[in-house]
Design a protein around this ligand. Structure first.
Ligand code: ATP
Length: 360
């Protein structure tokens, strides 16, 4: 069982003003694909490199497969890493590049050939095994780097932005292939990216990092639907979650919030917060738009219309508050037109405007 347990990991780089990882704890079960995601500088790479054994923590421990590896070298950990830069050797043919880690481990030649052939097949490189890297496309080079990492059959696969050098189309294609391959292998994997869409699509779970801490960890849909704070809601999803400043209204019956000068039906559990200012989190796709007035709908005005092909993204103004709304492509409108918005209370999330933390 190649599970990974990270306990209370602290690391401040020399000259760093604050810790790159600040008491991070994680349990990654055997076979899980965990994605670390977050803005530049949040500590993703530092955490990954500590698990790899390329960086020493100031405090805390790392266990892999039940073994304390905190003070073991990278080679003693049985982990395999894929970097953003391909890190493949230009003077070696693809075959030797893929088999490189196995050679280092003094694996017998027949076994190397067998494992190289399997990795090449998984990554669709069988036809280019005798080429040099210069004779490959960028996408193929990155495949060689991944093939080399999986050929060693490590307990743990660590990947640091492995797709970021590829152009947008190739990146999308390779993303789903990578997911399929890692699923087939069943290797416990930690994958670092700053791309929220990549994180959502690849991870069994995603850990959103901010300033060296885990802001939230969970299955992608859970983190997307129920962000623990406004930072997570704003980071995951495109467009980011809308946050409407509002006040909870007191009174009996249906809970309501006041948004600008308008009232919006809210879920029942909010009645305990009567009189309090809240921030209402709502995803663009959970707002229904109509071009005719209706009871209980919020009146707004269209500012920008952006067709994306599969949908139309509207920027609307509601009593001075700007928000993003997603409509079906068939919805015809234009800047300056009035629209009416309805929101199912079950899609609303509530945040404390002072702490930005979820109120539920
Ligand atoms: P990116 O997406 O830009 O790679 P990241 O989330 O992976 O960012 P890290 O590279 O782990 O973040 O960096 C975390 C913090 O530690 C940043 O403030 C960074 O400037 C600092 N840092 C990282 N490596 C070093 C180093 N070798 N020396 C000094 N400071 C470092």
């Amino acid at each position: 069982m190649a599970d990974i347990i990270v306990s209370d990991l602290v690391k401040t780089h020399p000259g760093g003003r604050r810790p790159a990882t600040d008491h991070i704890s994680l349990h990654i079960p055997d076979g899980e694909f965990l994605v670390l995601v977050g803005p530049s500088g949040c500590g993703k790479t530092t955490l990954l490199r500590m698990v790899a054994g390329l960086e020493t923590p100031d405090a805390g421990t790392i266990h892999i497969r039940g073994r304390d590896v905190t003070h073991l070298s990278a080679r003693q950990r049985n982990v395999s890493m894929v970097f953003q830069s391909y890190a493949i050797f230009p003077h070696m043919r693809v075959r030797a590049n893929i088999g490189f880690g196995l050679m280092l481990h003094k694996v017998p030649k027949d076994e190397i050939n067998r494992r190289v052939a399997r990795a090449a097949e998984l990554l669709n490189l069988t036809d280019v095994l005798d080429r040099h890297p210069a004779q490959l496309s960028g996408g193929q080079r990155q495949r060689v780097a991944v093939a080399r990492a999986i050929a060693v059959d490590a307990d743990v696969l660590l990947m640091d932005e492995p797709l970021s050098n590829l152009d947008a189309l190739l990146r999308l294609q390779f993303r789903s292939e990578l997911k399929k391959i890692v699923n087939q292998l069943g290797t416990t994997t930690i994958y670092v990216t700053h791309d929220q869409a990549e994180a959502m699509s690849l991870g069994d779970r995603v850990a959103v990092l901010r300033d060296g801490r885990i802001a939230q960890i969970g299955p992608p849909i859970e983190v997307y639907d129920r962000p623990a704070d406004q930072f997570v809601g704003g980071f995951l999803g495109s467009p980011p979650m809308n946050f409407l400043p509002a006040t909870v209204e007191s009174g009996a019956g249906q809970a309501r919030v006041l948004v600008g000068t308008q009232r919006l039906a809210a879920p029942g559990q909010l009645t305990g917060f009567a009189g309090r200012p809240v921030s209402v989190g709502i995803r663009a796709e959970n707002i229904n738009v109509s071009d005719t007035a209706r009871d209980g709908a919020l009146a707004a005005q269209v500012e920008v219309v952006e067709p994306t092909g599969s949908a139309v993204l509207l920027t609307v103004q509601l009593d001075g508050i700007q928000l993003k709304v997603q409509t079906p492509p068939s919805f015809a409108t234009q800047p300056g037109k009035p629209v009416w918005l309805t929101i199912d209370p079950k899609h609303m999330r509530f945040y404390d405007p002072d702490t930005a933390l979820a109120l539920e």
